[in-house]
Design a protein around this ligand. Structure first.
Ligand SMILES: [Zn+2]
Length: 476
């Protein structure tokens, strides 16, 4: 079962609890088994709660609170509130309840799955228009006053960095300039500038980025290294381009030190993980990461390089021979990559001996755990899965986006990568050395288990991580 939400201490505590005797390794428990032991550890009643038992009116009166707190009211008595609980280790939930209601609180432990079902049921109980996609256009995080007298351009960057935004958008539109930050994959409105303020910001930006201040009607792009007031340096990739309403700007924050990831955090399926380790243990050859702009290629590449640097010996070996090469390529998949290299004049023998691994990847939104809504998989969806030999029983529950306060109404929190690994077997390698069509090489690889990005994404849909619409968009 998925124990990702539970902190390590809780899992340790559960593992060593007397009630866990004879249950074997915690990773192999069912969700029910885990919660049964949890109930003992926290001395809470544990059972399954049905839609008929919950107080839907109380829920809707305090909807934002309950969704944020991950709980559902069961019964409200004059001096007592009975609620569901599926993360009893989170002490803040209880404190927030006490503060919000000033009542005695009684909690009934339910499984995360049970909670998701109830939340799904509640969304059907009161059909609401889809939630707002953007927060209100008032500054959400910072009051306007704080921006006065500051160098607005530096202030924008500093705040984006503070919020761990990945990019900053300045978008002119009817009489003002809107500033949006992308945080965890979601674009959030920060504030508006007057057109005049906007012009000033773009002027300072152009100065820092050594762009032509006078050239307003053309696309310009550059890199800037900024020193922020508190001593941090930040690399930005800046793009300025004309729109009908004026100049628009996109700045990507390239703070590589903050991509402090380990290979595990790439969320690779186990088979890909071992293929990656195998490929990067070689001292020669080519590892290529492919995908469109914004598919997380750079993160993958940087993570791999960081891993190699931390393994001193390997780095030395690679440096000595200098032949293990990592690169990114702006292609969509393994077929396109091989075709591109073919057209570039890389001969087949080189292709055969050089290519260690081609990674293709995309990003999909991770459904917000607080508001994702369960439903049964539809017939045509199950048929699509069958085409890829991915089993899906009738009645299997999948999830859709909804939107709540926790995810700013977007329905997703962050994004995760989905991958396709082309790591040629001996048989495939042999074909690569002949002048057969590239398609035949891929066909041969498929016989040996090569899978597309879509197939990985479908699995994330099946296990409730992603929504069908986003996954389906990857089919081409
Ligand atoms: Zn949400």
């Amino acid at each position: 079962m998925n124990l990702l939400n539970a902190p390590r201490e809780t899992i340790e505590q559960i593992r060593s609890h007397p009630a866990a005797r004879n249950l074997g390794s915690v990773e192999n428990w069912s969700e029910e088994q885990f919660y049964a032991v949890l109930a003992h550890a926290y001395d809470l009643p544990f059972r399954r709660i049905t839609m008929a038992e919950i107080d839907a009116n109380a829920f809707h009166r305090h909807q934002a609170f309950f969704i944020r707190n991950g709980q559902i009211p069961i019964k409200r008595l004059p001096d007592m509130l009975v609620v569901t609980e599926c993360e009893p280790w989170d002490k803040k939930r209880l404190q927030d309840l006490l503060q919000e209601f000033e009542l005695g609180i009684k909690r009934v432990l339910i499984t995360q799955r049970n909670y998701d079902e109830l939340l799904g049921g509640l969304s059907r109980y009161k059909p609401e228009a889809p939630r707002i996609v953007e927060p209100a256009e008032t500054p959400v995080f910072f009051p306007n006053a704080a921006w006065e007298n500051a160098d607005v351009f530096h202030e924008i960057v500093r705040r984006a960095d503070l919020m761990r935004a990945s990019d900053i958008h300045l978008e002119p539109s009817e009489g003002y300039v809107r500033i949006r930050f992308r945080v965890h994959g979601n674009l959030l409105v920060q504030r508006r500038l007057t057109l005049r303020e906007g012009e000033e910001v773009i002027k300072s930006l152009k100065l820092e980025a050594r762009l032509l201040a006078s050239s307003v009607g053309t696309f310009q792009s550059s890199r800037v290294r900024l020193s922020l007031p508190h001593g941090k340096t930040l690399d930005l990739r800046v793009e300025v381009f004309p729109t009908v309403d004026g100049e628009s700007v996109v700045m990507r924050l390239l703070d590589f030190k903050s991509i402090d990831r380990t290979l595990e955090q790439l969320n690779l399926p186990a088979e890909y993980y071992s293929q990656l380790l195998d490929s990067i243990s070689k001292t020669s050859g080519l590892v290529i990461v492919t995908g469109p702009t914004g598919s997380g290629k750079t993160t993958t590449l940087y993570t791999v390089l960081q891993h190699l640097n931390s393994k001193d010996k390997l780095a030395v070996a690679a440096a000595e021979t200098g032949h293990l090469v990592f690169t990114t390529l702006h292609t969509n998949n393994a077929i396109e990559t091989l075709s591109r290299l073919d057209r570039l004049g890389v001969d087949r023998y080189q292709l055969q001996t050089l290519i260690r691994l081609v990674i293709a990847q995309r990003l999909v939104g991770v459904l917000c755990p607080s508001c994702k809504t369960g439903r049964e998989a539809k017939e045509h969806e199950r048929q699509l899965l069958n085409q890829f030999n991915i089993p899906c029983q009738p009645g299997h529950i999948v999830y859709e986006k909804r939107g709540c306060t926790r995810c700013n109404g977007v329905g997703t929190i962050g994004r995760t990568a989905v991958y396709s690994f082309f790591s040629p077997s001996e048989a495939v390698r042999e074909l690569m050395g002949t002048d057969c069509p590239i398609l035949d090489i891929i066909r041969k690889a498929k016989e040996g288990g090569f899978k597309t990005v879509l197939e990985h994404a479908l699995k994330l849909w099946l296990d409730g991580t992603a929504s069908f619409s986003e996954v389906h968009a990857l089919a081409d």
